[in-house]
Write a protein that binds this ligand. Structure first.
Ligand code: HEC
Length: 151
């Protein structure tokens, strides 16, 4: 076998390997992004359920503590959802997140604290306190989305 043959086979092999590695990492990103969106989707659903109760659309007031706990547990999962390799793909997460990561993490910390206060308020059974704590949580959603999420 000539040297040229050898080299072109080696090159073909390298291209194949790197294409494979690239497609692997691309699909891993997509799965991580979908997972992130599933968690935020759950956050949105919990918030929607709480809002239906507070508006009086449904009478399930006794569910508020469980919904608040669920929301708070999901909030606690969000710090790990923004790995470097999840910046690109079908995502509404803006690049500003990774350019201002400390600021972004600060908003996540506030969100976790606010949902913990919501759990406390739900345990107290005071509807006014709960509604106020829920408003605070809602401001956190909006504050972060306005700055870090595409609409
Ligand atoms: C610290 C920032 C931050 C906070 C706080 C936050 N979000 Fe988000 N949210 C995001 C980002 C970033 C995305 C985009 C995720 C993606 O597309 O990869 C998102 C996406 C979503 C989505 C869309 C999920 C999907 O199916 O694509 C919903 C719904 C949502 N958030 C609801 C909420 C609600 C409700 C709250 C408050 C209770 C909240 N979020 C708090 C940053 C935040």
């Amino acid at each position: 076998m000539t040297n040229t043959h050898h080299r072109s086979r080696l090159l073909a092999c390298l291209i194949l390997v790197s294409t494979f590695a690239w497609s692997l990492s691309a699909s891993a990103n997509e799965d991580l992004i979908k997972y992130r969106q599933a968690i935020y989707g759950g956050i949105g659903k919990h918030t929607g359920a709480i809002a239906s109760i507070l508006k009086g659309d449904v009478p399930h007031t006794d569910d508020l503590p469980a919904l608040a706990r669920g929301l708070s547990e999901l909030a606690a999962l969000t710090p790990d959802l923004f790995a470097e390799n999840t910046q690109e793909g079908k995502t509404d997460a803006l690049p500003e997140i990774w350019e201002n990561f400390d600021e972004f993490q600060g908003l996540i910390d506030d969100f976790i604290d606010d949902t913990a206060l919501l759990v406390e308020a739900s345990a107290s059974g005071n509807r006014q306190d709960f509604a106020r704590a829920f408003q605070r949580v809602g401001r956190g959603c909006k504050g972060c989305h306005d700055r870090f999420k595409a609409d």
